[in-house]
Design a binder for this molecule. Structure first.
Ligand SMILES: Nc1nc2c(ncn2[C@@H]2O[C@H](COP(=O)(O)OP(=O)(O)OP(=O)(O)O)[C@@H](O)[C@H]2O)c(=O)[nH]1
Ligand SMILES: [Mg+2]
Length: 462
């Protein structure tokens, strides 16, 4: 897919948030802004020099005074000529300035259209453009740092370097195909297998970092399940530090699932409290339990609550049955709650795991809060949240899918090159498909409809 020529019309938008503020910016981008500069400012502007001017209406009367900044193409955010009118941050005055630009030939920009033009003009690639949106949306400082790494092109550079390695490998392969008499000896000499393995290793590292970033972006859902009265709602309240759910000593208090958000070490967590599981004839309670299992299906981690007073911390048969019913791939641990009543100190125990017994057991008290830090630590470990310190990328689902697909093709290729008589055409094709998948991340090979979806999620004026 070749990049379409950018639309030549001029776009304008209020780039600062709605409402009152110190400064309000109207941004204009297009091939030729002379009519707008003339009409609004009434004088020529030196490139990239902040100039104090009056913004004028059609009769020459002042709408506002402010700073005009003019960036002639191609040295601007969009790669087109850009005019920024930094006036006072009031909704009405900004609308008047914008209306004046529209009267002079601009049209209102669509959401993300400035960044889309920047992409189409080669100012940034697609992963970087998405980094811009993610930085604006970032809810935690860790997320903001990860988005900044994508925006500045670190992620793209890593992807591109694997693409470059694959290009080289394809070159050798195509050469071998063109000179069949040289046979595969040439590929062997070039250590095609070794090069491919190195590439697969780099891709694996990249995927791990991207997956960590996706967790930052999407967050994790943690479900609390267990028999009635073991303290699920108390634990929810403790984890989110508010009285979100009703707690009583009556078994069967919680009827419906209750969700709250909380941040754990930079990761957005959704904690889901559920109706306790038991045999019950009560119609409301039965429907509540159906919702519990639906919540389990959506969860990334399950915390199974038990009572610390159960015989020597052994699991009740009911608890074991419940654990056996969890989806096989769902990471889980057991919380032995009410440690204060059992007179045990909060601690973590690791047991040999089987279908009915998870590995990790945490003793704590939801009532006093003792042991909560231990639990938070174990949840992180269980969700395999890598150290989000300094090297995650703010990857999106579409990036992960592309990385997964590329890895699949490289696995295929590795199988083929290992053959005594490698099927070279197929090998070359797998390399090409892997490259295509990676190319989608940076937008080298991205269909127009996908671009529409990506940029329409931006805010106006960006
Ligand atoms: N001493 C002590 N009491 C607790 C602890 N956790 C919960 N409780 C008490 O146990 C009772 C039940 O707590 P809930 O949090 O409502 O239990 P639940 O699992 O949500 O119960 P259902 O909603 O009925 O399934 C309440 O009286 C709580 O105060 C704890 O760690 N220590
Ligand atoms: Mg409850």
């Amino acid at each position: 897919v070749t990049k379409p020529a950018p639309p030549p019309d001029t776009i304008a938008a209020i780039a600062t948030p709605a409402g009152r503020g110190g400064v309000g910016i109207v941004r204009v981008s297009g091939a030729d802004l002379s009519a707008i500069v003339d009409g609004v400012v009434g004088r020529t502007l030196s490139p990239r020099v902040a100039t104090l001017v009056e913004f004028r209406d059609r009769n020459g009367a002042a709408i506002d005074t402010g700073i005009a900044l003019y960036f002639p193409a191609p040295n601007s955010y969009t790669g087109e000529s850009v005019l920024e009118l930094q006036g006072h941050g009031g909704p009405t005055v900004q609308r008047l300035t914008l209306a004046r630009c529209l009267a002079l030939g601009a049209r209102i920009a669509e959401p993300g259209e400035f960044t889309k033009r920047a992409f189409l003009n080669g100012k940034l690639d697609l992963a970087q453009a998405e980094g811009v949106a993610d930085l604006i949306e970032a809810a935690t400082t860790t997320a903001a740092r990860a988005a900044a790494r994508s925006m500045t092109g670190e992620f793209s550079r890593d992807v591109e370097s694997i693409v470059a390695g694959l290009t080289e490998l394809r070159m050798y392969t195509e050469a071998t195909l063109d000179f069949p008499e040289e046979d595969v000896a040439m590929l062997r000499a070039a250590d095609a297998g070794g090069r491919l393995d190195a590439m697969r290793e780099r891709l694996a590292r990249l995927r791990a970092r991207a997956r960590a970033g996706a967790i930052l972006r999407e967050g994790l859902t943690v479900v609390l399940i267990g028999r009635p009265n073991v303290g699920k709602s108390s634990l929810l309240n403790r984890l989110v530090r508010e009285d979100a759910a009703i707690v009583t000593s009556i078994p069967g208090t919680t009827r419906d699932t209750i969700e709250r958000q909380v941040e754990l070490a930079g990761i957005p967590l959704t904690i889901v409290d559920t109706a306790g599981l038991r045999e019950s004839g009560d119609e409301v309670e039965r429907q509540g339990m159906a919702r519990t299992w639906a919540a389990v299906d959506r969860a990334d981690v399950a915390l199974v609550l038990a009572d610390a007073r159960d015989a020597k911390g052994a699991l009740e048969p009911g608890d074991a049955a419940l654990i056996a019913r969890l989806p096989a791939a769902l990471p889980r641990l057991v919380v032995h709650n009410k440690s204060d009543l059992a007179s045990v100190d909060p601690h973590v125990e690791v047991r040999p795991a089987n279908d009915a017994t998870p590995r990790t057991h945490v003793w704590l008290s939801a009532l006093t809060g003792d042991g909560i830090a231990l639990l938070e630590h174990e949840v992180r470990a269980l969700a395999r949240v890598p150290d989000l310190a300094d090297d995650t990328y703010m990857a999106r689902a579409r990036h992960l899918a592309a990385l997964d697909l590329a890895a699949e093709h490289l696995d295929q290729a590795a199988g083929q090159i290992a053959h005594a008589a490698p099927p070279l055409e197929l090998f070359a094709e797998e390399l090409r498909l892997a490259q295509n998948a990676l190319g989608e991340i940076t937008g080298r090979l991205t269909a127009d409809d996908l671009l529409g979806v990506i940029f329409s999620r931006f805010c106006i004026g960006k």
